[in-house]
Design a protein around this ligand. Structure first.
Ligand SMILES: [Zn+2]
Length: 246
């Protein structure tokens, strides 16, 4: 996730992340177009609507990503329109996308498709991309990745917690209240979380603390193989403001 295209500093617009803690960060929001500047993947109106939708989820943890029309830029890179990890140049493309101005934090790209049909967004250490058809949930999920949260799964590779049974305090000690449907299975609680690793209709919850599940720990910036344990998917582990590396 390296490298970058040449961009003059004067084209760096500002995105402010406002939290109740008063944190503000800067970055760029880009709509990808063809090399000749034609065929933007989406409109500024769509981008504004996506952020408004994402903020409906992020406000659970007192975060509002404040975006104006002027803060959205077009960027001419045909090769960035469809990000698919089966493409031979996928890694180089991500490195190239990193190359946006480096004094900021979040770099967000709206693209045509992202990793084929099964994912709508991705986040790396250096940038974030969402498909034009992605909902605000996907955008909020990826922004939380930029804040250090992990995906959580019921099953990943050979690991599974399908036998976890009913929700209980040890699975989510920071959030335990007893105010749950009496028959709620822990696996059904996981699919409600914003950081659930797949897109499902009723996801969106951001818990206070860690939740038991399958996740991939991050060690020195590298994702490790999946483990069963307390996944960092809540406000306790969310770095403010969410950030990308320079
Ligand atoms: Zn994710």
């Amino acid at each position: 996730m390296i490298c970058y295209f040449r961009m003059k500093w004067k084209y760096l617009y500002v995105l402010s992340i406002v939290t109740l803690m008063g944190n503000i960060a800067f970055s760029g929001i880009y709509i990808v177009c063809d090399d000749d500047g034609s065929n933007p993947v989406t409109t500024k109106a769509h981008v504004l609507a996506a952020f408004a939708d994402a903020n409906r989820y992020l406000r659970q943890v007192a975060v509002t990503v404040n975006v104006t029309e002027d803060s959205i830029q077009y960027i001419n890179r045909s090769a960035w329109k469809d990000l698919n990890r089966t493409n031979a140049n996928y890694r180089q493309t991500l490195r190239d996308m990193r190359a946006t101005p480096r004094n900021g934090s979040l770099r967000i790209f709206f693209v045509n498709t992202c990793n084929g049909s099964f994912r709508a967004g991705l986040n790396t250490d250096y940038c974030l991309a969402v498909a034009k058809n992605a909902s605000g949930i996907t955008l909020a999920h990826e922004i939380c990745h930029a804040g250090g949260l992990s995906d959580i799964y019921i099953q990943r590779d050979s690991l599974s917690i399908t036998d976890a049974g009913m929700v209980k305090e040890e699975y989510m000690p920071k959030d335990w209240s007893g105010y749950y449907p009496p028959d709620l299975q822990h696996t059904n609680l996981i699919t409600r979380l914003l950081m659930y690793g797949y897109i499902v209709p009723d996801m969106g919850d951001i818990p206070l603390g860690r939740v038991y599940g399958v996740y991939r720990p991050m060690v020195s910036g590298r994702l490790q193989p999946p483990v069963k344990g307390m996944a960092p998917v809540g406000a306790q582990d969310l770095k403010r403001p969410p950030q990308h590396l320079d």
